[in-house]
Design a protein around this ligand. Structure first.
Ligand code: AHG
Ligand code: MN
Ligand code: MN
Length: 336
């Protein structure tokens, strides 16, 4: 008689189990997810030790977007690039911390194209607050060549997307377009175990996440939109609360679990957003939609945007479907 296993389903087991339904699966996708998990473990280990081994602070460089590069940004980027390069599953990469495309030379070239934000939430690195890695996965379009066109695609063409959040525990969330599943890293054995299966963003939205100090820059519709949410709190009781970490990935994760809406609207004067389409908005929008939520920049569904550059930015409203729909209604009513 065998004893029932008293340990959970690992990330790799879960991916393989889901892939076994696809007769054309060649194992490369499972391998890619596993290797992204490995990169997440390596970055997590560095994040956990950052204060001890002088990994805090800036490198002194500015990235292509004119932002100060933190030491951990650089380490996370180099780790992700190198793990994916060696994986044999990836042909092309785009990263927040790389000006241009990163090509994988033959013979290590694989079927997939990956865009990523190696470390999201830079302002929180040195103060022990949750940060994360965000990734978007596409299948390359041509078996012979790879080009910019493989990455400048609308987000709806993603085959999978996910993130790893380095929070009170390290959690990896990914979606293959069918379900959204969450795995928690058990540091005692270095393995990810399935902890939330088929996540659905709750319909009731109790949380509002926005940097309110940006009010002077908001388009016209944002004020009335927020007022509408806050007005739900009345003498009968408190229905909504405000939570804003300043790490998109951690704000999104909380809202996915608990229900909520996150906004980083475009700036009224310039019409430009802050968050990047390819490696911040697209992967999270993909996950939100699979979980029953939605994401828009107000005018366009995020997954329908056609990027023109690797580091394009847009406005973002992401969360429960009703809240996102209300944002679009407010935009129609009050304008930009
Ligand atoms: P990154 O650290 O990758 O540059 O991204 C930071 C982003 C996002 O995580 C966060 O929601 C937003 O910047 C915060 O910006 P503000 O400080 O302008 O609110
Ligand atoms: Mn980011
Ligand atoms: Mn970043």
């Amino acid at each position: 008689m065998s004893m029932a296993a008293d340990f959970g389903v690992t990330l790799t087991q879960h991916v393989l189990r889901k892939q076994s339904g696809h007769p054309d699966a060649r194992g490369q996708f499972s391998q890619l997810l596993t290797q992204i998990g490995v990169a997440g473990k390596l970055i997590s280990a560095q994040v956990r030790r950052a204060g001890l081994i002088e990994l805090w602070g800036e490198t002194g460089e500015l990235n292509v977007q004119g932002e100060h590069v933190q030491r951990l940004d650089r380490i996370a980027n180099d780790t992700f690039v190198e793990v994916l390069r060696r994986s044999g599953c990836v042909a092309l990469m785009a990263s927040e911390e790389e000006d241009d495309l990163v090509h994988v030379p033959e013979p290590m070239r694989g079927d997939y194209v990956v865009a990523f934000d190696p470390l999201d939430g830079s302002s929180n690195i040195d103060v022990n607050v949750s940060i994360g890695t965000i990734f978007a996965i596409y299948r390359r379009t041509d078996p012979e060549t790879v080009s910019m066109a493989d990455i400048l695609r609308p987000g709806r063409e993603q085959v999978a997307a996910g993130y790893i959040v380095y929070g009170s525990s390290t959690a990896l969330v990914y979606s293959d377009g069918q379900t959204v599943d969450c795995f928690t890293l058990d540091p005692s054995c270095g393995e990810y175990f399935l902890t939330r299966e088929n996540m659905r963003i709750p319909k009731a939205s109790n949380v509002l996440s926005i940097n309110e100090c940006n009010e002077p820059y908001w388009p016209k519709w944002v004020g009335p939109y927020l007022a509408g949410i806050k007005a739900r709190n009345d003498d009968a009781g408190r229905k909504v609360t405000s939570r804003h970490i300043g790490s998109l990935v951690a704000d999104f994760h909380r809202n996915l679990v608990k229900g909520g809406v996150f906004l980083y609207p475009t700036e009224a004067r310039t019409g430009r957003g802050k968050l990047r389409v390819l490696y911040e908005c697209n992967p999270l929008a993909f996950i939100a939609e699979v979980a029953g939520g939605a994401a828009t920049n107000g005018l366009t569904r995020i997954l329908d945007l056609v990027p023109t550059g690797l580091h394009d930015r847009t406005g973002l409203v992401i969360g429960g479907i009703d809240e996102v729909e209300r944002a679009r209604e407010c935009l129609d009513l009050y304008g930009v």
